[in-house]
Design a protein around this ligand. Structure first.
Ligand code: AMP
Length: 619
């Protein structure tokens, strides 16, 4: 392995990074630094956060900067403000002994005027989010004509965030005669296209195997009933008193809720998500970085750019939609030669995703055994004892008080004293767990057994009331069903064509004439707005929140306030006029109108669902 000196890193930069504790170059640095120190050398590097990529491009960029010329010489594009600030901060650290070096972070969401003023004074390296940089370019407050090195960091994220056009516009303004370096965690067709368009004879570097980030990571899954997810999270956190973890949630709302619950219950936790102000986010991240915060509950997007080593655990409170997010999440632990654990707390429905993830990470999930109340208390007790042993005693400061303290505790034996000290800390846990029921993890086998019980208990449960949406989802009614040739594919196509961005779909229950489907909490209103009143296959689409306006969710069993009992048998219903029978009835536009619709249309009688005779007959 080469040294930084052998890679050609200058003495002043070496001095700075040595102070930062960099002794040996990391693999990506070994590959990239000497290459980037040369001219007209383009690189595509597949490397994830934590591989040392910032120094890999940062050191040569600084070294190549001519500090006497106050003009932009290098441009680093990155997706988020956090990453932008982090990179600029790192570059300033590397450039500690490079006199006069000016690095300017340029990002949206903060005063453009102060950025313009800084640009006017002259900068050497610009670290920018694409949107803000383009804005500055359009205002003619920055010129990229002198830029000779361009880095696109987390290029895949930038493309995902819709920056493709901005990137194209920016790169069109940078002279062709340049080094271009593209960092991405993944190689997608879009990345390949950008590389083809903007890089010439690029050197391709893949840091480690694709799955290397998980090499030191153990993957453990706890499959539990949805109602037990939060309790399971608490047990895991309690079982590892020294835990230092990010808990990933799927939505901002869930992130906030979980963090609030944990805080209320005395955990050292806080939330990080996009609805917080920038100042709040900065504060939370800083608290977490310096370990003043033990548990950070975060969304994937908000946690991006937060570079924290030494996480003991990553907790997936539910699995993310795409496998890549899982590898990103789990790659945040087990870094720098340390081991880490990525825990997934999921319900049975997410089990399929485990298999898909296993294929990508080339590792099996271990099925977690739920810590029992006794085991948790034992762990906490040991922690109390460990903490007691480690307490730093400041003899001088307490000397004055000790005679009184000794006098007061004189009547207690050493054993009594120890018991009291221990209980003082430990009681919170022992009291909480004393009468708690143990949580069972759900195995596929037991779940199947439950469903197949001859007494149909599983089913009876389902029939006993309106179906509730899965946790984190909202259940919607739509006035289209199988009779309209409306199936899951059609629903997805309808959503895709009428909504912008991704709408996460949960369970879909198709009936003959209408259906129910679940969407991620928070997107229900968007879906209502997007679909209501639209035309689909000649029908006017109506979507409502299931259960609203006194209408109940059918889940294939009940809809409206009508119960099967009260319903007149189909044959006894008012005879329809012949003409009406022959005509294809127009679809009701609201769930309220279904009552009338059903009374007028016999197909309701054998509806494979709520009021259907079939169901009744089966019982
Ligand atoms: P990055 O992938 O650039 O976010 O870097 C990941 C972490 O590794 C950061 O905390 C860096 O400060 C650290 N790091 C980068 N290069 C080295 C090195 N050569 N030796 C030790 N730590 C490093």
């Amino acid at each position: 392995m080469k040294t930084f000196e052998e890679l050609g890193v200058s003495a002043e930069i070496r001095r700075a990074i040595e102070e930062m504790g960099y002794e040996q170059p990391m693999p990506v640095q070994e590959e990239v630094i000497p290459y980037l120190l040369g001219d007209n050398n383009d690189v595509v590097a597949l490397a994830q956060t934590g591989t040392g990529k910032t120094a890999a491009f940062g050191l040569p960029l600084i070294q190549k900067t001519d500090v006497r010329r106050y003009e932009p010489q290098a441009l680093i594009l990155c997706p988020t403000r956090e990453l932008c600030l982090q990179i600029a901060g790192d570059l300033n650290d590397y450039g500690k002994y490079t006199d006069g070096l000016r690095v300017l972070p340029v990002y949206g969401g903060s005063s453009i005027e102060s950025q313009i003023r800084a640009l006017r004074k002259g900068v050497h390296i610009i670290v920018a989010t694409p949107g803000r940089l383009l804005d500055l370019m359009e205002r003619k407050t920055v010129s990229l004509a002198t830029v000779r090195n361009v880095v696109m960091d987390e290029a895949d994220e930038m493309l995902d965030m819709g920056f493709t056009d901005s990137i194209n516009a920016i790169l069109a303004d940078v002279p062709q005669d340049r080094n271009t370096l593209l960092f991405s965690a993944t190689m997608s067709p879009e990345i390949a296209r950008i590389a083809k368009n903007y890089l010439h004879n690029a050197k391709e570097i893949t840091i480690g195997r694709k799955n290397e980030s998980t090499a030191n990571v153990k993957h453990v899954a706890y499959i539990v009933h949805a109602k037990d997810k939060y309790e399971t999270l608490k047990r895991i956190v309690d079982y590892y008193p020294q835990i230092y973890a990010i808990i990933f949630c799927r939505t901002r709302k869930e992130t906030q809720e979980i963090a609030e619950k944990l805080m209320q219950e005395g955990y050292n936790a806080d939330a990080l998500h996009g609805e917080l102000s920038q100042a709040q986010r900065d504060q939370v991240m800083q608290k977490f970085r310096i370990r003043n915060l033990q548990l950070l509950v975060a969304t994937d997007v908000a946690a991006r750019g937060l570079d924290v080593d030494d996480l003991t655990h990553v907790i997936n409170y539910g699995l993310p939609d795409d496998i890549e997010s899982y590898t990103h999440r789990s790659g945040r632990t087990g870094r720098a030669g340390k081991t880490g654990t990525s825990i997934a707390i999921i319900n049975l429905r997410e089990k399929g995703k485990l298999k898909a993830i296993e294929r990508v990470i080339a590792k099996k999930f271990e099925m977690g055994t739920m810590p029992t109340a006794k085991q948790i208390c034992e762990k906490q007790l040991i922690k109390v004892i460990d903490d007691l042993e480690k307490v730093k005693v400041n003899e001088e400061e307490i000397a004055d008080f000790m005679p009184d303290v000794y006098r007061k505790l004189d009547w207690l034996s050493k054993e009594d004293l120890i018991k009291r000290m221990v209980s003082h800390e430990f009681n919170r846990f022992s009291e909480y767990y004393r009468n708690r029921e143990e949580i069972e993890t759900v195995s596929t086998a037991s779940e199947k057994k439950e469903r197949n019980k001859p007494d149909g208990k599983g089913k009876a449960k389902k029939n006993s009331g309106p179906r509730q949406a899965e946790e984190g989802y909202e259940r919607l009614f739509i006035n289209l069903g199988k009779n309209d040739n409306f199936y899951p594919g059609e629903l997805m196509a309808l959503l895709n064509s009428r909504t912008r961005g991704h709408v996460e779909l949960g369970r879909i229950d198709l009936m003959k004439n209408f259906s129910f489907f679940e969407v991620e909490e928070g997107s229900a209103q968007t879906v209502l707005k997007a679909l209501n009143g639209q035309k689909w296959n000649g029908h006017r689409v109506t979507v409502e929140i299931a259960g609203e306006n006194g209408q109940q969710d059918t889940a294939g069993r009940k809809a409206g306030k009508r119960s099967a009992k009260k319903e007149k048998p189909a044959a006894k219903r008012a005879a329809k006029p012949k003409a009406a029978q022959q005509e294809k009835p127009s679809k009701p536009s609201s769930k309220n109108d279904w009552k009338q619709f059903f009374q007028n249309n016999n197909d309701f009688a054998d509806e494979d669902g709520p009021w259907g005779k079939k169901k009744k007959g089966k019982k």
